[in-house]
Design a binder for this molecule. Structure first.
Ligand code: PMP
Length: 393
């Protein structure tokens, strides 16, 4: 083993620990749900993106079991070589229908969806206009594409227009998160679409935290703003409200035909497994039939935010059920999280580089499966720890 390399890693890890940025990964001994078993202890789960409880819903589990029996576990190889299972096609048709677009294509994750789409549609000589708080997978995909990246101030349309006005010879692409996952605010998509028309550029929205949350029956941000057919590409992620794993791009038939030929994660990485696909399909069916889970999620979010504010916490400017509890220093946030865990609340602290330095927080992920008693239990614990650490009076 290379000793210098081992020493390098030691030093880096030590630095992370000193700054309070070292990730402690908890081990779950139970399925996802409102309460989970972690390291022998039952704790209230405020850390998962399982917004609607579909990660362990009896119908999604049953659909996965059935697919396992009918199709086995593995997809065999990439779809262009081993052929595509009918289940994947069925899911893509369902997704297109749900999102009210012509077509959709699935990928192995939300991260991979961005990596698949951005480098396939823009490259050297093109310009990407990217919100400064966009998700890491968008940032990585932009870098991979080789296009020039111009970053605009978060949610600031003047800043976006300023860079759109600058000289461009190749294609232009505006890319934004739909819901910004660390703050819970919503992208100004109607304004973005207007600017895209004015400056003749492509629009792409990553709706990872909008699906299952925004719009009618959780159809997402495009539906929320009634912008059907106005956005070129919608990226979806199944690992949040949908409760499974995988991702997708949705838009025109031409887009999907093009991505099937050009998107490298589609061409060089195998598809999501049949049980995952079947469970995703079931999640969409559940959403289509009934929006009570979406309603419950919003009710829970409103209740929790209101009570936290009343208690004196700064919960930022979230417009969705995501509740950031702003604490400033990474060390304070990680101590807060540790103390909450002692009190049986699992709410992870988030620091740099996921959020800017000095803006560390506990990000509370509210779910439709939390009961009012769960939320009141958490409120008591937040208040107790908040007083102990002098965050609130
Ligand atoms: N895009 C955004 C905006 C996200 O928030 C996330 C998840 N944190 C992803 C993509 C990645 O999704 P996945 O976990 O499915 O790779």
């Amino acid at each position: 083993m290379n000793e210098d390399f081992q020493k390098f890693m030691d030093e880096e890890l030590e630095e992370l620990k000193e700054e309070g940025l070292y990730n402690t990964i908890r081990t779950l001994e139970s399925p996802q749900g409102s309460w989970v078993d972690i390291e022998g202890k039952e704790v209230l789960n405020f850390s998962s993106n399982n917004y609607l409880g579909l990660a362990n819903h009896p119908e999604t589990v049953q659909a996965a079991k059935k697919a396992l029996f009918n199709y086995g576990i593995g997809p065999g190889a990439v779809r262009t070589i081993a052929g595509t299972m009918e289940l994947h096609n069925k899911l893509e048709e369902k997704l297109a229908d749900f999102k009210k677009v012509e077509a959709a294509l699935t990928f192995q994750s939300g991260y991979n969806s961005n990596l698949a789409v951005i480098p396939a549609i823009v490259g050297k000589g093109d310009i990407i206009y990217s919100d400064e708080l966009n998700h890491a997978s968008i940032i990585d995909a932009c870098r991979l594409s080789g296009a020039e990246v111009k970053v605009y101030k978060h949610g600031n349309m003047d800043s976006l227009e300023k860079i759109l006005k600058e000289k461009r010879e190749g294609k232009g692409l505006i890319v934004t998160d739909g819901v910004f996952s660390m703050d819970g605010d919503i992208a100004k998509l109607p304004e973005i679409v207007e600017l895209a028309k004015k400056y003749n550029v492509i629009t792409m929205v990553d709706d990872a935290h909008g699906e299952g949350v925004l719009g009618t029956h959780g159809r997402g941000i495009v539906d929320h703003f009634n912008l059907h057919n106005e956005v070129d590409i919608e990226i979806g992620t199944f690992s949040k409200a949908i409760g499974t794993v995988g991702g997708c791009a949705a838009g025109s038939k031409k887009l999907v035909e093009y991505l099937k030929q050009k998107a490298r994660p589609f061409l060089f990485s195998s598809a999501v497994t049949p049980p995952d696909v079947a469970a995703t399909l079931k999640s969409i069916e559940i959403l289509e039939e009934d929006d009570s889970l979406v309603q419950k999620l919003w009710d829970n979010g409103e209740y929790f935010k209101e009570k936290m504010e009343e208690a004196g916490f700064d919960v930022g400017n979230s417009q969705t059920p995501i509740t950031p509890v702003m604490l400033g220093k990474a060390k304070t946030a990680s101590e807060f999280s540790k103390n909450l865990f002692e009190e049986s609340v699992f709410a992870q602290s988030i620091g740099f580089p996921t959020v800017p330095k000095g803006k560390a927080r506990i990000r509370v992920m509210i779910s439709a499966v939390h009961s009012k008693d769960d939320l009141d239990f958490a409120l008591d614990k937040f208040k107790k720890v908040g007083r102990e650490l002098n965050i609130i009076d």
